[in-house]
Design a protein around this ligand. Structure first.
Ligand SMILES: [Zn+2]
Length: 93
């Protein structure tokens, strides 16, 4: 439970909002040659055998990015602004 794999794009993907190179891509649904890969906290370097969905967020402007991988090519499909970082919960409890 809660396991995923890290994904390293084959080329740098810039943040669509601020242009910072996005890092920290993760997936729970990557397939290789059509077969699902086990989510085992391994690092996948993209190649044309991979298809699946990945996501990350921009550490610079806090933009959440969903992306689709097809034949190893990563393309951003959707972005969302994350809410401002909330203060730690429980301090005033
Ligand atoms: Zn950004």
């Amino acid at each position: 439970m809660g396991l995923f794999n890290d994904v390293v794009p084959s080329k740098p993907i810039p943040c669509p909002q601020c242009g910072q190179t996005l890092t920290g891509w993760q997936t729970k649904s990557m397939e290789c040659d059509g077969l699902p890969l086990e989510n085992a906290m391994i690092t996948l370097t993209m190649n044309e055998r991979f298809t699946g969905e990945v996501h990350t967020f921009c550490r610079e402007c806090w933009l959440w990015c969903d992306a689709e991988v097809k034949q190893g090519i990563l393309a951003i499909t959707q972005t969302n602004h994350l809410p401002p970082r909330a203060p730690e919960q429980g301090k005033d409890g």
